[in-house]
Design a binder for this molecule. Structure first.
Ligand code: HEC
Length: 165
């Protein structure tokens, strides 16, 4: 076996202890970033549409309650509010400029006016925070108004940034 001089050994130890784990971390981080970058544009579109559809599922079933067309159900409202609180964060990173060539209802204005699009997203988050608090407070009339207000936040973005059918 080849003998390694002591100072060389300590350098080797240092490499093992410090540099190797750092390299693993660095490579790991790079790998993760690449994994994100590799998501295909058409998949991003499918995912954002999936998130939007689920928002629709859990909000549009509350709207008829708010309008008195179906019986008010506090349990369903509380459950859907919880789902929406999470769902309303999911679609946004799917509106990446790489998706501009894909077939979808996303208007080019999203990328021409990113600040306006972000403002519409933020409006939804603000309404969502209000809605969750209103649902917790438990006043049926206020909750019904909250459902309508939340829907307005969705629609005001759709009006400006989603292609009409
Ligand atoms: C900041 C803008 C914005 C907000 C806020 C927003 N949406 Fe959307 N929504 C869009 C855009 C843009 C599309 C079209 C996406 C596409 O075709 O890829 C869309 C599409 C949809 C669709 C159709 C999905 C499909 O598969 O075609 C539904 C349903 C929907 N949104 C529901 C909602 C609901 C419910 C809310 C509120 C809780 C909401 N959206 C909030 C921008 C928004």
């Amino acid at each position: 076996m080849r003998r390694v001089p002591p100072n060389c050994l300590s350098v080797k130890r240092m490499i093992n202890k410090l540099i190797a784990p750092a390299l693993v971390l660095l490579l790991g981080a790079t790998y993760t970033l690449c994994a994100f970058a590799q998501v295909k544009p058409e998949i991003l579109v499918e995912q954002r549409q999936g998130a939007m559809r689920l928002q629709g599922k859990y909000l549009y079933s509350l709207l008829p309650m708010a309008q008195g067309k179906t019986p008010y159900d506090a349990g369903v409202v509380a459950r859907n509010a919880g789902y929406l609180d999470v769902l309303t964060w999911m679609a946004w990173d799917g509106f990446d400029p790489v998706t501009q060539g894909e077939k979808s209802r996303a208007l080019p204005e999203i990328y021409k006016d990113p600040a306006g699009f972000k403002a519409a997203e933020d409006k939804l988050h603000t309404e969502m925070v209000k809605f969750v608090a209103t649902v917790k407070a438990g006043n049926e009339a206020n909750i019904k108004t909250g459902i309508v207000d939340l829907n307005k936040a969705c629609n005001s973005c759709h009006e400006n940034f989603r292609q009409k059918r």
